[in-house]
Write a protein that binds this ligand. Sequence first.
Ligand code: DP6
Length: 379
Amino acid sequence: MSIRQASVTAPVNIATLKYWGKRDKNLNLPTNSSISVTLSQRDLRTLTTASASPTFAEDKLWLNNKPESLDTPRTQACLADLRALRLQLEESDPQLAPMSTWKLHIVSENNFPTAAGLASSAAGFAALIYAVAKLYELPQSHTELSKIARRGSGSACRSLFGGFVAWEMGSQTDGSDSQAVEVAPLEHWPSLRAAILVVSDAKKDTPSTSGMQLTVQTSDLFQRRIEDVVPRRFDEMKKAIVAKDFAKFAELTMKDSNQFHATCLDSYPPIFYLNDTSRRIIKLVEQVNADGVVAAYTFDAGPNAVIYYDEKDESKVLGEIYKYFSGVDGWNGKKFDDVAEEQIPGVSRVILTSIGGGPQVTSESLIDEAGLPKSAKSV
Ligand code: DP6
């Protein structure tokens, strides 16, 4: 039985200039450009094996050991784009296996708990697109593939690169110039670190897709943001990254997180992603920065905090965080002297990680000889 397969890993990225708002829902085109830092796959990554065979009866997906539907408009759009590119190759070389007509079995796993509430869709879609592209031996660049990942989930397009990444919003109505590009590789600033404070929150507010639609429709502040603020910040942030100007990078990152959450609050009815713990973390970072900016917080569509800092300031930044969160999991044996009597409640764990590289091909496969998930639980 002929089964072809390819396995890849893809990283999580956390935006420092936020994507929030769509100008085209179907093509997933944003109302503004955005910038992110790719995080290390040692700590956070999705591993995906894509396989194709003439013997498979239907397209199938298993996610974290559970069968998942591939029948969503977004996933279908991605698979149709990838198959169209494969068909082009087959038409130019009749020797190639007609994989574009074969069904796919895709198995995917995260190395971090989904329960942590960390955005896994970016790594998930990036891994899916990259795995199928490798399986199909597509010659397209990462920027070209990012346009396909974008249709799965906007932020996923930025996970096609390591280091610092920009998603250029583009101006074409067909989305042909709405794509991810590298601002600077991991090697440019390898000492950048990230501490993620996983904030426990039972009830989830609005999912990002519907949240951003509401903001576009109802927030006046949002108009100001996309017309004036973001275009300016986009250039400033790229410059700060190229110059490795942490203070400027941090100021822009924090202001942008604040403004994104302000547009959520300005939506009607308002959307609340930050909670009391998130706000105490903001105050704590301000305390760390009292005599010079060495840490930058940012929050996505939830209460978890991501704090960026440079390795040289580790004892200052982590020392201060440890003071208030020494009791939670994830310090990996790191210890600091000061522990505050009153700990800040509401954080379940810390994840200490760093800037990382882009997607990679791996020999680790999640699929057995029959084309099914290796893990017994998965079937
Ligand atoms: C707050 O990429 O999850 O994390 O395109 O609808 O899938 P869809 O949205 P998604 O939104 C991410 C929003 C954000 C900011 C960001 O990552 O830039």
